[in-house]
Design a protein around this ligand. Structure first.
Ligand code: PMP
Ligand code: GLN
Length: 394
């Protein structure tokens, strides 16, 4: 027992900030605008579809790659929303893999594709599981910072981050936590660099249906990207059933085979009765998707206006259901300290973004005052949270 119990690759990764902040909310009874989960479930008919599946024989292991009907629904969904961009036809049998949420898709992809010592470029701040999975694979994380006020991609910084050791780019658009959405020109640059340097790209697009300005463009639709991109998405955000953990991967047969190899030894399969329900959800009419987006846009504006009125600097997001703010105008400097005290100060929980930045002085300087608030909550809850925050004003 002389050495630390935790594998040293996971040093410093401790408890995820989402678990810490949700536990804090439960303990204090504060309004939880921290972890990103809705306080209202998705459509009743989809919930009922799970009940039918539970009664109808979907209770044993699903097939390794996922139920055939769900894989077909995933391929249809890509055609329906992105077919006009070209290259978005995926073979449900060889190019689609169902996973335990996007989380397992990310883990499987990184563990499959990264060798010890390989460099993995990721947009910083990064969603926390990227750092953990790159570390578990023995890879070296290289951050490309997104800076306020726009949190746009600095293409020169991306170019400068590429070395002969770079194996892949871990992309995320719409981007958690900043809410930025990469535009056509930025994505074209990512694609050009990936092709020029022969890089793989893993792209996390779980917020594909939460784009308020413009529209979501999958990176895999750019020239040369179809065969080198692992596209990841999930039902959790789009259908407001985050606890069901049905995610997926779309990629070439070779990439899917590699990802499947690791996936089969992580969970093998999961979510038997949820899979047919998500197949049905993916086939919901356009009105569902439009209604969901309109509802979230209204919530974004309610919370953004409220946070502004409370005195925070608000970076109104183009996508996701998160708002990034700067707490400096309230007289605070450190987001982690602020978030740990927030329940006692005014009964609200949020997430400090500095934990999604590297532990270097330059990165911490950007991340320190940034705090994320989730707006996937009832309008009355958002209004109440903003009113509570307004009491902090100095
Ligand atoms: N990627 C991003 C960017 C996320 O915000 C989340 C959280 N939903 C995930 C992946 C994980 O998704 P899932 O719950 O489907 O595992
Ligand atoms: N994706 C959610 C968020 O960003 C959290 C999911 C989790 O706790 N892993 O808040």
């Amino acid at each position: 027992m002389g050495r630390p119990l935790l594998n040293r690759r996971l040093d410093g990764l401790g408890t995820t900030i989402f678990a810490e902040m949700s536990a804090l909310a439960t303990r204090t009874g504060a309004i939880n605008l921290g972890q990103g989960f809705p306080d209202t479930d998705g459509p009743d008919e989809i919930r009922e579809a799970v009940v039918d599946a539970l009664r109808g024989g979907f209770n044993q292991y699903p097939p390794g790659p996922g139920h055939a009907d769900l894989r077909e629904a995933i391929a249809e969904h890509r055609q329906r929303f992105y077919g006009h961009l070209g290259g978005q036809t995926y073979d449900p049998d060889t190019e689609v893999l169902v996973t335990t949420g996007a989380t397992e898709a990310i883990a499987s992809a990184l563990l499959a594709l990264v060798e010890p010592g390989d460099e993995v470029i990721a947009l910083e701040p990064y969603y926390d599981s990227y750092a953990a999975c790159i570390a578990m694979a023995g890879g070296v994380r290289v951050g490309v910072p997104l800076r306020p006020p726009t949190f746009g991609l600095d293409v020169a910084a991306l170019r400068a981050a590429i070395t002969p050791r770079t194996r892949l780019i871990m992309l995320n658009t719409p981007h958690n936590p900043t809410g930025s959405v990469l535009g056509r020109d930025e994505l074209a640059e990512v694609a050009r660099l990936a092709v020029e340097h022969d890089l793989l790209v893993v792209t996390d697009e779980v917020y594909e249906h939460l784009v308020f300005e413009g529209s979501h463009i999958p990176l895999a639709s750019f020239p040369g990207m179809r065969e080198r991109t692992v596209t990841i998405s999930s039902s959790g955000k789009t259908f407001s059933f985050t606890g069901w953990k049905i995610g997926w991967v779309c990629a070439s047969p070779e990439l899917v085979a590699a990802v499947r190899t690791t996936k089969q030894f992580l969970t093998y399969v999961s979510g038997g009765p949820f899979q047919p329900a998500i197949a049905r959800a993916l086939r919901l009419p356009d009105e569902y998707y439009a209604g969901f987006l309109a509802d979230m846009r209204r919530k974004r504006d309610i919370l953004a206006d409220g946070l502004e009125a409370a005195g925070l600097t608000v970076y109104r997001p183009s996508g996701t259901y998160f708002i990034t703010t700067d707490i400096t105008p309230l007289g605070f400097t450190d987001g982690l300290d602020f978030c740990r005290r927030l329940p006692e100060l005014c009964g609200v929980v949020a997430v400090p973004e500095k934990v999604f930045f590297d532990d270097t002085p330059e990165a911490q300087e950007i991340g320190r005052p940034l705090v994320r608030f989730a707006f996937c909550k009832k309008e009355s809850v958002l209004t109440e949270a903003a009113e509570r925050l307004a009491t902090l004003r100095v």
